[in-house]
Design a protein around this ligand. Structure first.
Ligand code: GRF
Length: 208
């Protein structure tokens, strides 16, 4: 069983997609052992509680210095002993010590086709605003392993989504979630849990 910890900041629709996948058997060999949020009172925590998954809040504002927050976060992770850490809408830049402590064991979902519309400042609705501003006709989502860079780790899977005439950032965000994110992320976890995808020499390798 792959022990998965999911890190969240808000609504948690990606978390829900993982919970549902584990429940309905499309994600196998996987146990979600904890959900860590950097914010109190978010819907993600309700989703975790409803599924009987322990939820934890580690809030940066409650620590005098950033290093203390990082330490609390890393301590909680090591307590949970994850085989895989999933950043599912986690709006915190993760500490480098975490990347070196869990090599090839952290993945992230990003709502664009990396390397477009990613990196510093590209999060949440902003990603879709920028895609619409640029006038791209196709966007999508990417699941990737996390390295020291911002949205720069090895790409595991991507899925394209059409941009339609009259789209607003909100409408496009919803379509990208429905058609790409909620499929890609549980799929990547299932692949990793069953040894079909691994990180090797800085690349995501699919075993056939
Ligand atoms: C998603 O679009 C994800 O790709 C991005 O933040 C959003 C989180 O949504 N990183 P949710 O909390 O999973 O509903």
């Amino acid at each position: 069983m792959l022990r998965v910890v999911v890190c969240v900041s808000g609504g948690g629709t990606n978390l829900q997609a993982i919970i549902d996948g584990v429940k309905n058997g499309t994600v196998t060999n996987t146990e979600i052992v904890g959900v860590i949020s950097n914010n109190h009172g978010v819907k993600s925590l309700d989703r975790a509680a409803a599924a009987g998954i322990p939820g934890f809040v580690i809030c940066p504002k409650e620590y005098a210095v950033r290093d203390d927050f990082h330490k609390a976060f890393l301590d909680k992770l090591s307590e949970l002993k994850p085989d895989l850490i999933v950043l599912a809408g986690f709006l915190v830049r993760i500490p480098e010590e975490m990347v070196s402590a869990y090599p090839g064991k952290i993945i992230n979902i990003h709502p664009s086709l990396i390397p477009s519309f990613c990196g510093t400042g590209f999060y949440g609705l902003k990603v879709h605003e920028k895609a619409l501003e640029r006038g791209v006709k196709v966007t999508g989502a990417t699941v990737h392993f996390v390295n020291e860079g911002m949205d720069e780790g090895p790409i595991i899977a991507q899925k394209a989504v059409n941009v339609l005439e009259g789209d607003t950032p909100e409408v496009l965000q919803k379509r990208v979630m429905e058609e790409a994110e909620w499929i890609l992320l549980p799929g990547a976890i299932d692949d990793i849990a069953n040894g079909r995808v691994v990180m090797e020499n800085g690349r995501a390798v699919r075993k056939v």
